[in-house]
Design a protein. Structure first.
Length: 582
């Protein structure tokens, strides 16, 4: 099992097998960029397309045509290039999705009504003489203090703004503070409580947004130099939903440029447990800020690991919900068929409270699943049918990864001690690694204008696996191969339906197996929680994966494990000089 990678697994092209594949077929364009697109790349702009160019393109695509067949193709290919030109006269904004829409293989929605959120009954904490001691409390406890007016939202907001300023020079997790907006929201939250109005579990709680969500009047940089001064005249749907819930937005938090890794236009976001290493990505800022006690909770996104990986590195708790449960309106698109929005917090029940506030239709054009989310914190998890990816736990790790195995096996022991029967399962035997270019084909289309304008040269990272080169390689893939990959994706979805037949969830090591890759393609939800600390003091994690739309049961299982272990209660002790106390 490997540690959380420095490069965001959303677009990890560093492994030799994947790099060979991407070099041959490239990392793709979108459906509609046909075989002729390869020729477009080989030909001078508006120059003649020749048989020799066709032959070169065949080599990239792994095809072979006769000389006569090439002759017959030439006029049609020139016509296609003219069609490309016509399409490129249109300004396609990043959020405009293809007409072919991905839909998980969900079962028909059960006839259940949405119930009010009900949280665990926990004693209200005492108000400390030094409010700094509140910084690491979970939302569920902060909410009690604010609701009972033991602590004001304004004081809590000022506390987190102060901590953001103090520790950002160490962590590089803040893109911009939304101070004026936050103070106004906090004052409103306090006025409403004084008048007997409470908007719910998040009322008055400060939070941070990954800086790919639009916030009216504030820069939305997408972590990348070409967009660092971009101001979008709207609020993203998730921002509107949290405004309605009474939450207080205090900061836009760093993401790796265009949702890759932890390197952005302001530097490299750091791990609060060890600032010598990055926080992983691409939800680098949200995970670091939550773990460091700089916000009550944060909102991140995942396409292929961008919540799971930084939460692992930083010791936070994260929910990647079922695909399509949270509106992506107003969020930067990386891959329309894979992007998911979810909460990052200090405990599982915090994630449940935040998810309750943001999930469901949001009045935008984008279709969002209307499925009830009924959180049951005291669910008897012995009633759940839980699988275990047995082979992944049995694999003998390399010497430097033995600590991970020790913690993972202890996780299984804890689950069994809770009375949970673990049912061995196997994942589908399909070439899922070869489907990785589905993500990069959509990403290349989402940032087509960036590539063609040559503004991709402004990005800090310019290595072989960085976005600029990945987007350029992407132009070489035939549309047929993109469609074929999605047909295999259909087989994968059907195979995962069979895996989940009779199951509510399964447990697997976070890395070192195909779970992360497969379930991001199929849209299944996952919860990642810390499950130990290595000798160097940095955290490890375990991942629970649920059936489609089984987010509530999945969270209940993760909560039961978390309550039985308490790893989430530990936190780093930051010093302004950048040293870490364990």
């Amino acid at each position: 099992m490997s540690d959380a990678p420095e490069t965001d697994p959303d677009c990890d092209a560093s492994r030799p097998d994947r790099r060979r594949f991407l070099t041959l077929l490239s990392a793709t364009g979108v459906a509609g960029i046909a075989f002729a697109e390869t020729l477009w790349a080989l030909a001078e702009p508006h120059g003649t397309i020749t048989k020799e160019m066709v032959a070169k393109a065949e080599q990239l695509a792994g095809l072979e045509f006769s000389d006569g067949e090439r002759d017959m193709m030439l006029k049609g290919l020139a016509d296609l290039r003219d069609d490309f030109d016509k399409i490129r006269t249109l300004a396609l904004a990043n959020p405009v999705a293809p007409a072919l829409r991905f839909e998980p293989a969900r079962a028909p929605a059960a006839k259940h009504a949405q119930k009010p959120l009900r949280l665990s009954r926990t004693p209200m904490p005492a108000v400390p003489s030094d409010l700094e001691e509140l910084a690491f409390l979970p939302v569920t406890q902060l909410a009690q203090l604010v609701r009972k007016r033991k602590v004001s939202s304004l004081d809590l907001t000022r506390l987190y703004l102060t901590r953001l300023r103090r520790f950002d020079p160490v962590l590089h997790c803040v893109v911009s503070l939304t101070e004026e907006r936050a103070l106004e929201q906090a004052k409103r939250a306090d006025r409403e409580l004084a008048a007997g109005v409470c908007r719910g579990a998040l009322h008055g709680i400060p939070w941070g947004a990954k800086d790919l969500f639009a916030v009216k009047g504030h820069p939305t940089s997408w972590g990348a130099e070409p967009y660092k001064d971009q101001v979008l005249d709207r609020d993203a749907a998730v921002v509107r939903r949290l405004d309605e819930a009474g939450a207080v937005l205090v900061a836009k938090l760093a993401l790796g440029a265009l949702a890759m890794g932890d390197v952005w236009h302001g530097g490299k976001t750091r791990n609060p447990w060890n600032p010598e290493e990055g926080s992983s990505g691409s939800s680098a800022g949200p995970a670091a800020a939550v773990a460091a006690g700089l916000v009550g909770f944060a909102i991140g996104t995942e396409t292929r690991g961008s919540i799971i990986s930084p939460c692992t590195r930083c010791g936070a708790t994260g929910l990647r919900p079922t695909f399509g449960r949270v509106s992506r309106d107003g969020a930067m698109a990386l891959a329309w068929s894979m992007d998911k929005i979810g909460p990052i917090a200090r405990c599982v029940e915090d994630c449940a409270a935040v998810f309750h506030a943001i999930e469901g239709p949001a009045g935008s054009e984008e279709p969002v699943a209307d499925v009830p989310f009924n959180w049951t914190p005291d669910l008897d998890v012995r009633r759940l049918r839980v699988g275990v990816l047995a082979a992944a736990f049995e694999t003998k790790p390399e010497k430097e990864q033995e600590e991970w195995r020790e913690f993972d096996l202890a996780t299984l022991k804890t689950l069994r001690s809770l009375g949970i029967e673990l049912i061995p399962i196997k994942l589908p035997d399909l070439p899922t690694d070869a489907l990785s270019f589905i993500l990069t084909v959509e990403a290349a289309a989402a940032f087509d204008e960036l590539t063609r304008s040559k503004k991709d040269s402004m990005l800090s990272r310019q290595d072989v696996d960085a976005w600029p080169n990945t987007f350029r390689r992407a132009r070489m893939i035939p549309a047929v191969e993109y469609v074929q990959a999605n047909r295999v994706r259909t087989l994968l979805m059907r195979a995962m339906e069979r895996v989940f037949a009779g199951l509510d969830a399964y447990v697997a090591p976070t890395f070192g197996n195909a779970t992360l890759r497969i379930t991001n393609l199929t849209g299944h939800p996952a919860v990642v929680v810390p499950n130990g600390f290595r000798k160097d003091g940095t955290p490890t994690s375990i991942t629970f994966t649920g059936r489609l739309d089984g987010d509530a049961e999945l969270l209940a299982l993760a909560k039961a494990y978390q309550d039985a272990t308490g790893f989430h209660l530990r936190h780093p002790t930051l010093k302004a000089q950048g040293n870490i106390g364990k």
